[in-house]
Design a protein around this ligand. Structure first.
Ligand SMILES: C[S@@+](CC[C@H](N)C(=O)[O-])C[C@H]1O[C@@H](n2cnc3c(N)ncnc32)[C@H](O)[C@@H]1O
Length: 216
């Protein structure tokens, strides 16, 4: 098994990442997410964290005023750069989710697609602190992530001492990785966000959840 960071795993996976959006059983939920997200970001200046290949950037771009889409990996940003965002103002930039200090711009909404699940539970305060250092009080935080559905998700292979869960994943060329992937319930998410945010709204689909809250 390849032992590497989460960032390196996604760099290695970049070229085949979008396969995850072709899972047949998830298509109905994806259509629903694409209906739910644009109204949430309409007219907003969006900071997107861990934007990956720009799959959701393209969805947000149909309604947002502008988007600064960031990801730690140049490999995923390069794929995102090939997408058509229409007339929307979309900038792409490499940035670590835990150090957003060099990202230019002012934002009234922060979006994270399938990133929350990759934050170690112990790192949640650090991540939220970094987001709050770049945003004004009252900024909206929107999160989309996976629900655990046996048969559709990789099985949980290990649980760490803080309750973090891990999966074994492989790439098309056979390389294997252990990847941090948490599946919080609504109650868990509410508890994790409570010190930093209010007004949690939660929408639960079969394969995904969508949450929004207001940063304190
Ligand atoms: C599950 S993918 C989500 C990509 C995209 N948001 C989506 O939903 O399709 C996780 C992303 O996090 C990025 N990533 C990993 N570590 C990161 C870090 N420390 N800071 C920013 N991005 C990171 C990876 O490069 C990858 O693109």
């Amino acid at each position: 098994m390849t032992v590497c960071s989460l960032a390196d795993y996604y760099a290695d996976r970049a070229a085949e990442y979008d396969e995850v959006y072709r899972k047949p059983e998830r298509q109905g939920d994806l259509v629903r997410l694409k209906e739910l997200l644009p109204p949430l970001v309409a007219g907003k200046r969006v900071l997107e964290i861990a934007a990956g290949t720009g799959y959701w950037t393209q969805v947000l771009a149909t309604a947002a005023a502008q988007i600064m889409a960031t990801d730690i990996n140049a490999e995923t940003i390069a794929i995102a750069a090939q997408r058509d965002y229409g007339p929307a103002s979309v900038a792409l930039r490499t940035a670590d989710a835990y150090d957003l200090s060099a990202v230019p711009g002012e934002f009234d909404l922060v979006f994270c697609g399938f990133w929350w699940s990759h934050i170690l539970r112990a790192d949640i305060p650090r991540f939220l602190g970094g987001v709050r250092s770049r945003t004004e009080r009252g900024t909206t935080l929107v999160l989309v992530d996976n629900r655990y559905v046996a048969g559709s998700n990789h099985p949980i292979s290990r649980t760490g001492p803080d309750g973090d869960t891990y999966q074994r994943r492989s790439l098309a060329d056979g390389r294997e990785y252990e990847v941090l992937k948490n599946f919080p319930s609504r109650e868990q998410l509410a508890a994790d966000l409570e010190p930093a945010a209010t007004d949690l709204a939660w929408t639960e689909l079969t394969y995904y959840w969508l949450a929004s809250c207001v940063l304190r």
